[in-house]
Design a binder for this molecule. Structure first.
Ligand code: EPU
Length: 424
């Protein structure tokens, strides 16, 4: 018999106390891929213990790097590379594996990375990564489900993204730093994780102007050196705990957060009636658990993050009135809707727009987690639902939230993990 973890919550507890935010998943993944760019030793601190990070460790190991991951620290010894390939088995479990494409190609002149394919909420193409690398002079073919890229040495070019993509900006940055000449990335992503990546590359000896803006200029260098850093706090984990604080009517001090990275979320929470005070690296949220209805529309940074849309929907499901949630980044990212409805939420979906009518209360039920952020929204709903909520397939949550039950339990939630047999 195969068993899987499920999370069980007995709703209705008030949460109080302090929670410490972990390092950012989406920042550490591309930074680890940077180790492909230069030989030597890398040391990363504040690395969250997450399934995606372990997948990146496996991927770099399989390429031939020596990677050790203990106690929130990653040590990488980058020397001999066995082959230039990211296999389907790993890429299919983590789309961010595509981050090895740019650095591997620019350093070794060749890279073969499995095409990630779609995901639960849509196709999630990688055309911008491929087109950008082609503009830098790579010859790219798609063979047997793999992207096969070759280039003796990449050449700088002006690349205008038709939409800002976090992944394509990261990949192109890691490719351009070793290209010959100047690369300009226009309409680049400005997410804090991209800024963290660019700053790490600069520490490695890269020359990048315009960091933190949508216009990045990279002057290629002949070689780079290894570097070390501490990973920035995870803004989506922080945003999730802020939303938890409001939905349960809690009193929570969130430590290790960069308030500017979550300013759109705190702005919306204040509109929704939460009391928020900020310090340089912590945010205090206090709430009476009554949320006003507040519309959101997801957008690129500094707009409202798509990675918080599902959690906002959970919050609005018991708000005092109706709200409209518009998803502009991934138009199909709504697998949580049917599960929230099982808990009693009143949500009507029309394409990428959800109308959420706040109900008096949610009722516990068995539900299924369908993706990482959907799982977080179900946990939020379970925390206020009457009775018991069983959330199955929580391996999704382990991709992106470090010790979420322990952190919630520490705040007073009644939450635990159980094994359940996998029925296929
Ligand atoms: N897009 C294309 N072509 C491409 C690349 C992207 O059309 O080649 C489109 C996407 O379909 C989407 C938009 O561009 O409509 C933005 O996608 P982006 O490339 O920015 O997303 P990503 O790099 O694949 C990262 C995060 C996601 C987060 C998005 C948006 C990582 C590892 N993943 O994905 O995080 O939702 O940016 O902010 O950084 C999560 O953590 O739960 C998660 C899914």
């Amino acid at each position: 018999m195969i068993y899987m973890d499920k999370i069980v919550i007995l709703g209705g507890k008030n949460l109080k106390g302090v929670v410490e935010i972990s390092g950012s998943k989406n920042a550490v993944l591309p930074i680890m891929a940077c180790a492909l760019l230069a030989e030597g030793q890398y040391h990363l601190k504040s690395v969250p213990h997450l399934r995606d990070v372990r997948t990146m460790v496996k991927l770099l190991n399989s390429i031939g790097l020596t990677v050790q991951f203990n106690e929130n620290e990653v040590h990488i010894e980058s020397g001999h590379v066995a082959h230039y390939e990211a296999p389907y088995d790993l890429v299919k479990t983590m789309r961010a594996s595509i981050y090895v494409l740019g650095p591997m190609l620019s350093r070794f002149g060749e890279a073969k990375v499995s095409l990630p394919g779609g995901c639960a909420w849509g196709p999630r193409p990688v055309n911008l990564h491929i087109q950008g690398l082609e503009q830098l002079g790579a010859k790219i073919t798609i063979e047997n489900g793999y992207i096969h890229a070759k280039a003796k040495r990449l050449k700088g070019a002006r690349i205008l993204f038709n939409m800002p993509s976090v992944g394509a900006t990261g990949n192109l940055l890691m490719a351009a730093v070793l290209a010959k000449g100047t690369t300009v990335l226009e309409n680049a992503a400005q997410e804090p994780e991209i800024t963290a990546l660019a700053e790490f590359l600069v520490q490695m000896g890269a020359r990048i102007d315009g960091i933190g803006t949508s216009h990045l200029e990279i002057e290629g260098v002949d070689s780079l050196r290894p570097a070390s850093t501490a990973i920035i706090p995870d803004r989506i984990e922080a945003g999730t705990f802020l939303a938890v604080g409001h939905i349960v009517g809690g009193d929570i001090l969130i430590k290790n957060v960069i308030p500017d990275h979550v300013s759109k979320i705190t702005e919306k929470l204040i509109e929704a009636g939460a009391e928020i005070t900020e310090d340089s690296d912590q945010i205090h949220i206090k709430s009476n658990g009554v949320s006003k209805p507040v519309d959101i529309a997801t957008a690129v940074f500094p707009g409202f993050p798509t990675d918080m849309q599902a959690q906002w929907m959970a919050l609005m499901s018991t708000a005092k009135g109706s709200s409209v949630i518009t998803e502009n980044i991934y138009l199909d990212r709504f697998t949580h809707v049917a599960e929230l409805q099982r808990l009693g939420a009143d949500i009507r979906l029309d394409h990428n727009v959800a109308l959420v009518k706040g109900v008096k209360n949610l009722n516990g039920a068995p539900v299924m987690s369908t993706d990482l952020r959907a799982s977080a929204s179900l946990i939020m709903a379970g925390l206020i639902a009457k009775g018991r909520t069983d959330i199955s397939r929580v391996y999704h949550i382990d991709r992106g939230y470090e010790q979420i039950e322990a952190k919630l339990k520490n705040l007073g939630a009644e939450i635990w993990r159980e094994k359940e047999p996998l029925v296929t």
